[in-house]
Structures are given as C-alpha cells and as structure tokens.
Design a protein around this ligand. Structure first.
Ligand code: GLU
Length: 454
C-alpha cells in the first residue's frame, strides 16, 4: 500500500517506517492511521519534532522472537514461533496481551504493540505498550496440548518479563486457561508468586470483572458518547456485534443490560441473526463451556438464522442496526460494509477489537456523520482492568466486583471526555481518531522527553 501524508515531515517519517519495516502491512496501517492524524498537534507541541519523539516512538524498544517446541498428543514434536514486542516503557512496565492464532506474525504483533502504547496511556494508569503471541492455534487442541505449548512458550518468555518489567495478559486465543498454564510455569521457573500476568483466575490473584471488562468498557464508552452527543442511550437501540469471543459476549451482556437489542454475533465461519435478540446464556454455554462454534446457536434457538460466510463474516454488516460494535479482529469491516451500514442508518460504530475497521471504511463513517470510536480508546477497558489487577496484586488485596466495575466505568467515561475534548481543542471536533492519538501520545511524549535520549 502506498501511504501518503500531506504534512511533509510526517510523510518522510512514514516512508522511512515502510522502508525499514518492509512486508509488514498491518504495522504500516497502524502507523499511518496514527501519523496521519497527529498533524494538528505539531504547531502546539514543537517538542515532538525537536526531540524526535515520533522517530523514536515508531521503533520498538525490543523485539523478541523465539522457537516454541512442544509435544502433541501423538508424541510428535511441533514447532511454533513465539514473539514479544516490547514497544515502549516510558510511562510504565510493558503491558499488553498474548495472541495465539495461526495468522500471528511480526507485522500483526507490531501493529498491536504500537496501538497498545496509546491505549494504555489513555487509561491514565502507568502502563507501557507491548504485545506478544504465537502462530499456535488453540482451536481443536486438547487441554494437554495447550498446556504443553504454554509451558514451552513460558520457558523462553519468563526471562524477558516480570511484575515490574513486562506484564502480559490475554488476547485472541489466550483466556484464563492459557494464562493459568503460563502463570504456573513462570512461578515454577522463577520461584516467585507475583502479578506477572493479568487475566488470572480469581483463586490465584485474578481480578473480579476482568473477564467482562473489555466488552463492558466498550459499552460504557459508547454510552457516554450517546449521552453527550446524541442525548440518548442504548435503550431501545438495535445493535450488531461481530465476534463471539470474550469481548463480543460481554459487550452483548452490557448492551442488553442497558436496554439494547443485540441481534447478531459471528465467528470466522459465519454469523447468526436473531431478530428476537441474542440469548446470551446459550452463547455462553456454546463458547465458554463447550468451546464450540456460533452456528450451534441456530441449532438451539428457533428464531435464529445462521449464514455461513467464508468471507470473514462480512455478511453480518448487512443487518440494519443503530449501533455496530466490531469485536472480532483486524480489518473485518471494509468500505463496502461501511457503505451498507450507513445506507441502513447506523449512527455509531464502536470498535471493540483492535483496528477492525479499514482506513477507507473509517473515513467513510467520519465523512457521513457516523460517530466512530477507535479501539485504542473504546476497547481500553480490558487493559485498564488489567492495570487494576496489578494494583490489587501489589497490595495483596482483592476488590469487590462493584468496586472494580465502578472504576472501569469511571476510566472509560474519562477516556471519552479526554478524547472528545482533545479533538475539539485541535479543531477536529468529533474526530475520535485524532483525539485518541493525540491525547495518548502527549503523555508518553512528555515522559520520553523527561527521561532523555531513550
Ligand atoms: N489484549 C487486550 C488489549 O488488546 C488486553 C491487554 C492486557 O490486558 O494487558 O488491550
């Protein structure tokens, strides 16, 4: 892709990033989205150029790649590739999830690690940006195989992380089961019980509300927007949510609690449409208990229809809705889908996944008066609650569900107001891509400058 930025300085940097990181399309996309939005900050913050903050921030502090060999149930040795991208530690220890999915490569983890810097900054908590993972596919593997993989992964990763250095967590393919196996292995090797991972089970230092946090946080963020900008709420709205993993499930739960009707969910094979409203207890049984596919929902619920959609579940965006919450994966919502959503009257698009909307689709929403909220702002509730888990671990305490949930809600409303006010300040009212990138950047930039040439 040929990325051009109007501002010459930013354009030169963009071209350098592309040349230096060839064959990394997702990383280029994330850097372009960022650099292309921050020009309004340059005249007000000359230090960004004078101190070469941007040249520094696009370069990861450290990138780790390693072999992960493990033995499958047939006694055969399998080999995967493990990664940890420690992108920026200016404002706190590296923090970010571990993605386990066959698509994982350096480009995807660099885009995720880069976005994590600004997301974590927006939470207001002291967390740097990182991401890790592997091309291991937990789907279809036995518990024993998942454990063998996680233990081998941690046998290398342990030397690079620590509760005050780098604190990984879940992401696609990494849930409480995987975090448990990784935590056990870390503890055994280091001989230390610490808060080195978040997303742990409650019995060994996990936080209440961490499971729900990303989805709940997304709805708290969108609800603040609905209230402030449209004087309305989720009450009575029709909502389409893509995905059916942790983020989608708890976004559905909170949207329903707030009075919305969620009519669709998806996975990588297709989507279900239930005009009577998704029955979440059935989805939870299929996904969380049985680790099954979303097609099973239509087998169990007569009002639902399943459509196989080999094209990465694009079909879900043809369902008319007031609010669309893409909660599956990167680039799942393209320009064609954006046009269909707008034609069908969508008012708000809130990203629950990381970078689920393509750049041209984002622009189309913004040009057509749709409120668009980028994932680095609207899905920050997950990592924010990870930050709260770190607090509880350090204090050796555990807070009630109500306490964590109230803090999460406060953090998400605060992010909305920060992003909204920042966009307004630089003359780009309602452009939350600009607001999120500039607000996230300024805190990190301040810390980087104060710490000298790092
Ligand atoms: N993977 C999540 C994210 O994209 C959570 C990261 C964390 O809790 O550290 O923000």
């Amino acid at each position: 892709m040929d990325y051009k930025i109007e501002n010459e300085y930013l354009n030169d940097l963009m071209q350098k990033v592309m040349a230096r990181n060839a064959n990394e399309p997702e990383f280029h996309q994330a850097v372009y989205e960022f650099l292309n939005s921050i020009a309004p900050a340059l005249p007000v913050h000359p230090e960004l150029i004078e101190k070469q903050v941007l040249e520094r921030i696009v370069e990861p502090e450290r990138q780790i790649m390693f072999r992960v060999a493990w033995i499958d149930d047939n006694g055969r040795i399998q080999v995967n590739r493990g990664y940890r991208i420690q992108f920026n530690s200016a404002i706190g220890p590296y923090k970010g999830g571990i993605r386990l999915h066959p698509s994982v490569n350096l480009s995807i983890l660099k885009f995720l690690g880069f976005e994590q810097i600004f997301k974590n900054s927006l939470t207001g908590l002291p967390m740097g940006g990182a991401k890790g993972g592997s091309d291991f596919d937990p789907k279809g593997k036995s518990d024993n195989e998942v454990m063998a993989f996680c233990q081998s992964f941690m046998r290398e990763l342990y030397r690079h992380i620590g509760p005050d250095c780098d604190v990984p967590a879940g992401d696609i393919g990494t849930g409480a089961r995987e975090i448990g196996f990784m935590f056990g292995q870390y503890k055994k090797i280091v001989n230390e019980f610490s808060g080195v991972l978040t997303g742990k089970k409650l019995s060994f230092g996990g936080s209440l509300a961490r499971t729900e946090a990303t989805g709940y946080g997304l709805c708290y963020f969108v609800n603040a927007l609905l209230r402030e900008k449209m004087d309305t709420s989720f009450e009575g709205k029709t909502v389409v949510i893509s995905g059916s993993g942790n983020v989608a499930i708890y976004a559905t739960e909170k949207a329903q609690q707030l009075g919305a009707k969620v009519v669709a969910l998806s996975d990588s094979n297709g989507y279900v449409y239930d005009p009577e409203g998704i029955k979440l207890d059935i989805v939870k049984d299929i996904k969380e208990v049985k680790r099954g596919r979303i097609s099973e929902y239509a087998d169990r619920v007569p009002s639902a229809k399943y459509t196989a959609d080999a094209n990465g579940s694009k079909g879900i965006w043809t369902i008319p809705c007031d609010i669309a919450l893409p909660c599956a994966t990167q680039n799942e919502l393209n320009l064609d889908s954006a046009k269909t959503l707008v034609a069908n009257g969508v008012k708000v698009v809130g990203e629950g996944a990381n970078m689920p909307t393509t750049l041209d689709a984002t622009k189309f929403f913004q040009d057509n008066g749709v409120f668009f909220t980028p994932g680095k702002a609207s899905n920050a509730g997950g990592v924010a609650t990870s930050g709260l888990e770190m607090c509880q671990n350090s204090a050796r305490l555990s807070w009630t569900f109500e306490e964590v949930d109230a803090r999460l809600k406060g953090i998400m409303e605060n992010i909305f107001h920060t992003v909204d006010a920042t966009a307004k300040e630089v003359g780009c009212e309602n452009n939350y891509v600009v607001g999120a990138n500039i607000a996230g950047l300024l805190k990190v930039s301040d810390a980087m400058i104060a710490q000298g040439c790092i």
